[in-house]
Design a protein. Sequence first.
Lengths: 224, 290
Amino acid sequence: MTTWQPLLLTFELAGVTTALLLLIAIPLASWLSSTRSRAKPVIEALVGMPLVLPPTVLGFYFLLAFSPGNAFGSWLNEWLGIKLVFSFGGLVVASVIYSLPFMVHPIQAGLAALPHSLKEASYLMGKSRFTTLLKVLLPNIRTSLLTGIVLAFAHTVGEFGVVLMIGGSIPGKTRVASIAIYDEVEALNYGNANFYSLILFLITFGILLLVYLTNGGYLKKFWK
Amino acid sequence: MIELDVQKTLHSANGSMQLHVRFTLGRGQFGTLYGPSGAGKTSTLKILAGLMRPESGHITVNGSPWFDAKKGLQLPPQERSIGFVFQDYALFPHMTVLKNLMFALPKKADPAMVRRLVEIMGLEGLQTRKPAELSGGQQQRVAVARALVQRPEILLLDEPLAALDLETRLQLQDDLAKLHAEFGFTTLLISHDIGEIMKLSDRVFEIRDGNILREGSPQEIFLSKKMSGKFQFTGEVLGIERQEVVYIVTIRVQMQVVQVIAGESDIRALKVGDRVLVASKAFNPILYKI
């Protein structure tokens, strides 16, 4: 039996993750693009880790860290009442870390490519770092922001290993589309698997197409 | 009044260099930093603006300390009263000309200043355009106007006229002189163009390998060696007229208009609007008792 639930859950997860990532990645990328700190390479390496590490490794360590049998997990559970293993909250935390480089890298590259003088001119007009970032820098890296948002969103939609490790496959809570497809194939329900797959395929294609049309300026030409 | 005495080690592609700059520029004066590229001119402006931190020394502007290494004082750029015209103009690409100017206006300040600058710099027709739609000269005018919106005590110009054609440059030089006279800020300009320096500056600091080599009036810096012991005035060519075999050049020297005879070879390099030096040897002038 197919339901829309895994698909909705997938997009909910991707949406929440992308929103949180924007909040985290903008300050982080802004710091990375301008700092001369010795800690920079270490932080950069950590941010980039999810690119090369098998998702199962991340998932495995999340599982250990968040498990209520563990010091950190039990602290979260007792003091904050948060249970991150096999829950939607846990999926969000894991996805945020897993998709971090996809959001940070484009924004960092965009900021680094802007001339220093823009920032300096704004400071000399008495504007704070925050105002400068918000009103001067970010509006000039719109394409980088869009790329970051879309890549992080798409990457979260496509994630499998981390979700499986930390979320399991609880319908309505952690059973996202990619897991549902796997389960259906295992149960030899190819029709159901195809339903989820085709929809994911079409939606992600649509999103990416929109991005390339926007970045290529095709839409503007069309409107004019 | 700017009193600056700073040291900093600069690192560039050609190795490191010790910057040690020390100068004083009176309030309302127009100073120029002159010297080869890589001598530390831009770094000096950035240190004065607070965009770069020197290792030692102090900066005092109109009596208030902006930087003091001994006390660990470094006023952030936001709190320094400085208008900066960058070499690349640094106009915000996503804002229109008017928004660029309004962004520079401090909160609660009177927008009349923006209107006045739009008028002086002749930007009325360009207000709704974005920087990318402007020519180099127009961008330059916007950058100068924007730097003055906050009524800064000091205007810093990092070689802003270098990329422009001669005519645009002359026009902007006139505008700069006009603005300087109207608003009375202290100006520090980076320039390679001796004509421009002669036209605009009160004081020149020749900087080389991170040190100020010489300082003085433009005449002292650029003309003293060649012309010592002679009368000399700088003037502007108003007209060139042919009379039989010679040419009569009409020149404005300060408030006087004089005529000087010149030969054909002298004329070749001259045209109306040029800055020239009118010099005379000591036995030529006639003295009248008044």
